[in-house]
Design a protein around this ligand. Structure first.
Ligand code: FEO
Ligand code: CA
Ligand code: CA
Length: 658
């Protein structure tokens, strides 16, 4: 972890997006030859790029040859891009706050009192920084179901009075109190709530039997190749089979059998003990994972977060956690076969042959895209039969070649370089140190791979690459073609033969993001895109029932792009391909997470994360002096801004954006 970055940046995610990948496997070869790839040459795009860096090469070609009436399929009036302390949705839609940080989840939860918060109270209430969410229907209904929600991290400076976010982690550690740490640990994890739509309006069902909070202390099991492994054993758990809590759960997914895959991302932020780094067992691996980052002061009160005392504890985080939301007494399971890294989501599909395939991004500059293919097949009629399906299968990492094709490289012990001689004694070592294994097989270093989702109608896979301003002109490659990639891009992957387990795939860049009116940016939105419709920093995504792609962003702001983060509908088909339209805009300082549709496409749930977070070191926003107090509307209120879930519905009913 880069210490300088820690002091210069304020947002937890920005702190952590500094690459730790020192391996040599950049996509090599002649950079010019790569950029002018066979694919681009074949499709004649080079000529277009040379004529104009403003317009989208792909879409420009198609748009020029199509009637001017070509329009994207998203039918709504765009929001005007901008930035203020409110949320905005397209005309004709309601966007109602459903649940906020501190709201009641369990039946014994007290009313939220921000001045009297304790860990005990927080453990019964809605957590902080809602990220991934998904609607799971009850009895097949679209107006009644469960919402599963990740709580990624905490913004101490907005939760508690008197905290200066510019003071740096050292001062934060000194000042941290036991109560503050308790609250933060209980505000992490996840939530299950029962929700119902009544007379058009969504509400949380009180005292639901499904209601559940998961926290940084919830007992969980470890399964798969790393279960019981010597590197998973600690003084708290000599078996290496159990772990307390899940942390920094960012993206996720729901399986076809209705379990929730909640993905641990920047777990390194919680570990301390830099002084012990060089002498700790597995020092190189700790560094490759950015451990210890020393961002959160939990180690002050919990030895397990100090690597000098518990060098194996970090190995117990960075996994995909499977949770059964229908059984609030079920024990969550960390499925280690899917690999350990900074997971974003877990976009998945039942392959044509019945096997289950999970696509995964490792969200860090210069890290990789992974795929897991189960050994067994999904039983669509017997839910219980899929209970341990994720424990056996093959983990792969992606190499994107310059000719527009790619290869899934297996990470299997004993294959290729993954041998004891290279430090991998067994498959447990391979999954625990998946990043190091991926380094050795020659994976392609990407520009922060975030969500990946499969369009089940077309079998195309959409990969969000948020940004990578550290990429230099010497390290660009065909799949990450922009030096200093501030604005991010989206790649469309097509598995060979529509087989998600196939060894090869083809790919092309759907969009290079940023302001298309600035030639130097090199954005490639379809010229049909308005000045409101372009965006930067794609992060989360979802495919609606009509097979359309919706993109949520992280990193837009008044200062960076003249707009806050939000949700954009992005056309992937026909002559309007590459066109984007702004549907929902976050309050300033917030990041857009979620998003999820009900099966009938009539409700769009979105997660507003860290509203009013400081936009810069010069403009610091705190509990005592917040940028704004969203979603609070009472001007007299002293309530701090609160992360919240918003339910978007069409006035008068009907599907979203049709
Ligand atoms: Fe937590 Fe990668 O976003
Ligand atoms: Ca994300
Ligand atoms: Ca995010």
């Amino acid at each position: 972890m880069n210490g300088d970055a820690t002091t210069d940046r304020l947002s937890a995610e920005e702190i952590d997006d500094v690459g730790s990948n020192a391996s040599q496997n950049a996509t090599m070869g002649d950079i010019i030859a790569e950029r002018l790839s066979r694919r681009e040459l074949m499709s004649g795009l080079l000529a277009v790029s040379a004529i104009s860096a403003v317009a989208a090469p792909i879409s420009m070609l198609t748009a020029c040859s199509q009637p001017a009436s070509a329009t994207p399929s998203f039918n709504f009036t765009e929001v005007a891009a901008g930035s203020d302390g409110r949320h905005h949705v397209a005309d004709g839609y309601n966007a109602d706050v459903l649940i906020r940080w501190g709201d009641k989840v369990l039946s014994n939860a007290p009313e939220f009192d921000v001045g009297a918060q304790t860990g005990e109270r927080q453990a019964t209430q809605f957590g902080y920084n809602n990220d991934f969410l998904h609607f799971i229907p009850l009895d097949g209904r679209s107006d009644h179901g469960l919402l599963v929600v990740n709580h990624e991290y905490t913004n101490s400076e907005l939760m508690f009075p008197g905290i200066d976010p510019t003071a740096g982690p050292g001062k934060s550690y000194e000042a941290a109190t036991r109560n503050r740490v308790d609250v933060e640990m209980m505000a992490h994890g996840g939530t299950v709530i029962e929700v119902k739509r009544d007379k058009g309006k969504w509400g949380v069902v009180p005292n639901s039997v499904f209601a559940r909070r998961l926290t940084a202390e919830t007992e969980m099991l470890i399964s798969g190749p790393a279960a019981g492994h010597e590197r998973m054993r600690t003084s708290d758990d000599a078996s290496g089979m159990r772990v307390r809590g899940m942390i920094n759960n960012c993206g996720g997914a729901v399986t076809p059998w209705g379990t929730w895959l909640s993905c641990e991302e920047n777990f390194n932020l919680y570990f301390h003990g830099k002084g012990a780094l060089d002498t700790a067992p597995g020092a190189a691996a700790l560094k490759r994972y950015g451990v210890p980052s020393e961002r959160y002061p939990w180690a002050k009160f919990h030895d397990r977060f100090n690597i000098a005392k518990e060098p194996n504890e970090p190995n117990r985080f960075g996994w995909v956690v499977e949770i059964d939301p229908l059984d609030p007494t079920s024990v969550p399971v960390k499925r280690t076969a899917l690999g350990r890294f900074k997971h974003e989501g877990a976009g998945n599909v039942i392959n044509g042959d019945g096997r289950f395939v999970v696509y995964q991004g490792d969200d860090q500059r210069f890290d990789y895209v992974y795929r897991f293919v189960t050994k067994g097949v999904v039983d669509t009629r017997n839910r219980a039969a899929n209970k341990d399906l994720l424990d056996q299968g093959t983990l792969y990492v992606a190499r994107f070649d310059a000719d527009g094709t790619g290869v899934w490289l297996p990470l299997e012990h004993g294959q290729g370089p993954l041998t004891a001689a290279a430090g991998f004694k067994d498959q447990g070592d391979v999954v625990i140190f998946a990043r190091l294994a991926a380094d050795l097989v020659g994976a392609t270093k990407m520009d922060r791979p975030e969500d990946i989702d499969v369009n089940p109608r077309t079998n195309k896979v959409y990969l969000m690459l948020t940004s990578n301003s550290d990429r230099s002109s010497a390290s660009v490659d065909a799949a990450n073609p922009r030096p200093a990639n501030t604005f991010g891009h989206i790649i469309e992957i097509t598995p060979d033969g529509n087989d998600h387990a196939a060894p090869r795939f083809s790919w092309e860049i759907l969009l290079k993001c940023g302001d298309p009116a600035v030639a130097a940016v090199g954005a490639t939105f379809n010229p049909l895109t308005t000045k409101n419709g372009w965006f930067a920093n794609p992060d989360n995504c979802v495919i609606d029932g009509g097979g359309r792609l919706w993109v949520a962003t992280d990193g837009n702001s008044k200062e960076a792009t003249g707009r806050t983060d939000g949700i954009w509908g992005v056309e992937t088909k026909g002559s309007a391909r590459g066109t984007s339209k702004l549907f929902f805009q976050c309050p300033a300082g917030a990041e857009m997470c979620g998003p999820a549709f009900t099966p009938d496409d009539q409700t769009f749930f979105v997660a507003v994360q860290h509203p009013a977070q400081s936009p810069s070191r010069e403009q610091v926003s705190t509990f005592d002096k917040p940028l704004h107090r969203w979603p609070e509307t009472d001007p007299q209120s002293k309530m701090p801004p609160r992360p919240a879930i918003v339910a978007i519905t069409r006035k008068g009913g009907g599907k979203i954006a049709v």
